[in-house]
Design a protein around this ligand. Sequence first.
Ligand code: OOG
Length: 252
Amino acid sequence: MTADVRKLAEILDEAARTARAVPQPEQGCDVATAYRVQQELLRLRLERGDRISGVKLGLTSEGKRRQMGVHDVILGRVTASTAIPDGAAVGLAGYIHPRVEPEVVYLIGRRIASVADAFAPDAIAAAAPGIEIIDSRYENFRFSLPDVIADNTSAAGYVVGPWRPYDPARWNLGVVFEIDGRPVQVGSTAAILGDPRRAIVEAARLAAAEGTVLEPGWVLLAGAATAAEPLPAGAHVRAEIQHLGSVSFTAE
Ligand code: OOG
């Protein structure tokens, strides 16, 4: 590992830990190096006793990718310490400029070490409505794909609602995203990669490229079903997905 990879991981780790934004690196790196920074960042967290609880996809909306001029989706990791129980109250002091988005969450049902494994019938065991908190650790962020990947794809927290057995026929589902009881975004899970069933395949492809195995029991945050919303203090945030039910939390 080069000194730069470790240094950038330490800077981003400290920014997340102290909820203090850092300047974006002046010198960009390539995507492969950015994933090494992300891995190093996660290693620092695991050293402190955290545990990987799953993976997430980002930039799953075709519109968002076109707007940002990028062609591929991105993979991040989520850890146990950032899981928020459904219905909980969450202090915002630990975040910098948090935003929230509604997601479909899948429960990984088997070990997935290759794209072929992602097509196994038991690849996904269950599905749930979810909310992701994203929080870029950069100040005045100007979009850069490697910088987002290095920053663990802005992953900062996630809430998972009640699990339902996975039914692949139910993939195009209505989504209502509410803040304080008012719908702020409506959409469809079809906005996730055009079909959220592709999420496990994309996650398997990106993970395999890095030599990461997806483990049974991990969550897969499949990607945002609508645009993200800012998360103000006091907000009650709720996502409802047709056939999957609802999930919520309150910001304090
Ligand atoms: C990075 C986006 C990561 C998504 O849904 O695209 C992401 C960001 O906007 O900070 O989770």
